[in-house]
Design a binder for this molecule. Structure first.
Ligand code: DNO
Length: 360
């Protein structure tokens, strides 16, 4: 297991690499070039500069989250070939600079969806919250609320320029059902896989967050059955999974332990976090501790350890605590994620010692 931390880049994150270095156990930085629009080639000079900056601070730069996929590829428009060529160009360059895993998603229009970025919890902390009844209201209101909550920060998957034409985007997807989206995904994967295989670079699709269709848009990475199908679209180790417990765990129907056990050899990256669901289908993000939510992180870390997981792992969203609210990116502050690292490392170290039968 290699512990990593998501960092949004110089001038684009409230946390410095120097601070991240003080969190025990973090070996790698999960990065991206967030200002490059989906579909464009990533400039080599920018890749080189970012990788150099990260390695100079004492981290590996082996995981990128995300290289986003242009809507034309998901919709299956004729211009998709050009965008796929651009994607391959970026893969080639990232491989040249030592990138081993690319996390991406295949969700139409929206990436993750929440209805409140600062929902107060019982202990006075606040966190990202999803209220089912509110999520299907006028998408323009939802977008306005999320962007307002983000304040000065840009949020991946919530690009104001792209979402400004939400009606056209919905229209463009009107003919795309689950089968079409799956076939468009197969087309994309078949074209990029030779390049990934040549470099041993693993693609790790992020599950749908939340794991159900939103606004009638199809979602194809949301249950064991969907993931089974996805991994067979191209049955290659390079077509793998980001195992995100917060996304998959928002549905009580997903048995995370059995999913992690079934797909473990195709899991290249794990996002571990906890959440608490209620009967209405709402959920709030919680501390990483198993007792604080519905996700059995203890059991999952045990399983990852038993399976000899050698991939990358990161704490996922944190709550906003100790006055950090609105001074950091929603869900991506320092304190609660650092607590998450320590919890996950603590579990890992305990299982490691146990398996070696060490007592000291
Ligand atoms: C949210 C993240 C997602 C994730 C993408 C991967 O905080 O987990 O935005 O990065 O879905 O492409």
């Amino acid at each position: 297991m290699k512990m990593t931390w998501r960092w949004f880049g110089e001038g684009n994150d409230s946390i410095s690499l120097q601070y991240i270095k003080q969190i025990p156990g973090v070996e790698g930085i999960v990065w991206s070039l967030h200002d490059i629009p989906a579909g464009e080639k990533w400039p080599e000079e920018r890749i080189k500069a970012t990788v150099n900056q990260i390695t100079a601070a004492g981290f590996n730069a082996e995981v990128v989250e995300s290289v986003n996929i242009h809507d034309a590829i998901k919709i299956g428009l004729p211009e998709r070939d050009q965008y796929i060529d651009n994607y391959i160009d970026t893969i080639e360059k990232l491989a040249k600079y030592g990138v081993k895993v690319i996390c991406y998603n295949f969700m139409p229009v929206f990436d993750w969806v929440r209805t409140d970025l600062y929902r107060q919890d019982e202990d006075g902390s606040n966190a990202l919250f999803y209220e089912k009844a509110l999520a299907e209201r006028n998408p323009k209101e939802l977008i306005a609320d999320v962007l307002k909550g983000a304040g000065e920060f840009t949020m991946p998957g919530w690009e104001p320029e792209r979402l400004a034409s939400i009606e056209q985007l919905f229209d463009a997807y009107s003919e795309v059902d689950e089968d079409t989206l799956t076939e468009n995904c197969r087309y994309f994967l078949e074209r990029i896989m030779p390049s990934c295989e040549k470099h041993g670079l693993k693609m790790a699709v992020h599950p749908d967050d939340p794991p159900w269709p939103i606004y009638g848009l199809p979602r194809i990475v949301r249950s064991a059955e969907h993931i089974r199908k996805y991994l067979k679209l191209v049955d290659s180790p390079c077509n793998g999974l980001t195992f995100c417990t917060g996304s998959l765990g928002a549905s009580g129907e997903n048995d995370l332990l059995s999913m992690a056990s079934e797909f473990h050899d195709r899991i290249h990256f794990a996002h571990l976090r906890n959440l608490k669901r209620n009967e209405q289908g709402d959920f709030i993000e919680r501390s990483h501790r198993t007792e604080d939510g519905d996700v059995n992180l203890t059991g999952l870390v045990r399983l990852f350890h038993e399976k000899g997981f050698e991939g990358y792992l990161r704490p996922d969203h944190g709550r906003h605590i100790w006055g950090e609210e609105k001074t950091c990116r929603p869900g991506y502050g320092l304190y609660d994620r650092a607590l998450g690292v320590m919890y996950l490392m603590g579990l890992w170290d305990a299982f490691k010692k146990e398996s070696k039968n060490e007592t000291e």
